[in-house]
Ligand binder design. Structure first.
Ligand code: UT7
Length: 324
């Protein structure tokens, strides 16, 4: 018998305010047509002024716990991926822990920008496999609207706010690729790409939160290549091939990146969960949001083989192969 980290609950939360592309036409030299054709984005959600990352994360966590039929006291650990924490410290994860009324266990944040949820999932799996936790709440939550330069048309039209969460539970499997749960992960980073995507402020530099800066076109080319290769590496580690995939659940940055990666993997777009048109790029929240929406749409079903993959600032990138 082999221990596996199995998804037993999923949920998400999106702030109420929906911002259609047309809203940017009022203040910037841009158009709905440009944004749709270059990125696939039609709208995104922006948090209310008094709504924070921990608020979004708490609502998503509550939805995932309800889906699992569990209460906060049943959870051993919370891992939360974000680059837009409420405060420099404490972690958003401990704020969520307190809001959920969870008085035992441990909680911490992971910061790997858009790849954050993949890193968090992989770490949650490691905690479960090592016996340090039996049930882990894994959350991706962001308020990227707070770090956007609303005068930079090349970036501010691309990102949105939101949160998604999964509950993972230790279960026994047979040790074969037919098992439910996380089957393999592949993590990578290369800090020499720092200038491609970064925030120009921080605690030990400017003392401010800063604004997002991105070299979109070179990053685009890195993304397709690295996402396909990390998906392949994780699949190989799981002993599976492209033909075994039921769904790719990619980071939702740009429909053209999603299409390019699917093509490199030899898969048609009807095997890809796509939410970028409605959410924009929600960084670490995009994969759990897509998992939750994909399940609600009836796309993702128990037993399906999923490949999730993401790339973001660092650069940091990776993939997780799991059976739902
Ligand atoms: O989540 C982390 C990962 N993030 C990504 O992977 C993002 C990767 N990059 C991208 O998604 C794409 O590169 C973008 C959507 C950012 C841009 O698409 P592109 O096809 O690479 O366009 P480009 O950057 O080459 O820009 C084309 C033109 C430029 O004008 P010139 O130089 O050709 O005259 C830009 O100034 O489009 C212009 N442009 C815009 N025009 C209207 C840039 N932003 C806008 C805009 N509206 N919002």
């Amino acid at each position: 018998m082999t221990k596996r980290s199995v998804v037993i609950g999923v949920g998400h939360y999106l702030p109420e305010r929906v911002v259609p592309n047309a809203e940017f036409e009022k203040t910037l030299d841009t158009s709905d047509e440009w944004i749709r054709s270059r990125s696939g984005i039609e709208r995104r959600h922006f948090a209310a002024p008094d709504e924070t990352t921990s608020d979004l994360a708490t609502y998503a966590a509550q939805a995932a716990l309800a889906d699992a039929g569990l209460e906060a006291g049943d959870i051993d650990a919370i891992i939360l991926a974000t680059s837009t924490a409420d405060l420099t410290f404490p972690s958003v994860a401990t704020m969520v822990q307190s809001r959920l009324g969870m008085t035992r266990g441990f909680a911490f944040d992971v910061q790997a920008v858009c790849a954050g949820f993949i890193y968090a999932l992989s770490n949650a799996n490691a905690l479960i496999l090592s016996g340090q936790a039996n049930r882990v709440l894994v959350i991706g939550a962001e308020t990227f609207s707070r770090i956007l330069d609303m005068n930079d048309r090349a970036t501010c039209v691309l990102f949105g706010d939101g949160a998604g969460a999964l509950v993972l539970e230790a279960q026994e499997g047979k040790g074969t690729p037919e098992d439910r749960g996380i089957l393999a992960a592949d993590l990578n980073s290369d800090g020499s790409y720092r200038e491609m995507l970064y925030v120009d402020g921080g605690v030990s530099t400017t003392g401010t939160a800063g604004k997002l800066r991105m070299q979109g076109n070179p990053l685009f080319r890195q993304a397709v290549e690295k996402l396909a290769s990390t998906a392949d590496a994780a699949l190989a580690r799981a002993g599976l091939g492209h033909e075994d995939i039921d769904w790719i659940v990619p980071h939702q940055a740009n429909i053209r990146i999603i299409q390019g990666t699917a093509k490199k993997l030899g898969l048609s777009m009807d095997k890809v969960v796509v939410t970028v048109q409605d959410h924009g790029n929600t960084s670490a929240a995009s994969i759990p949001l897509a998992l939750s929406v994909g399940k609600a749409r009836g796309q993702i079903k128990p037993g399906d083989l999923l490949v999730t993959e993401a790339i973001g600032g660092g650069l940091a990138w990776g993939a997780v192969v799991l059976r739902w």
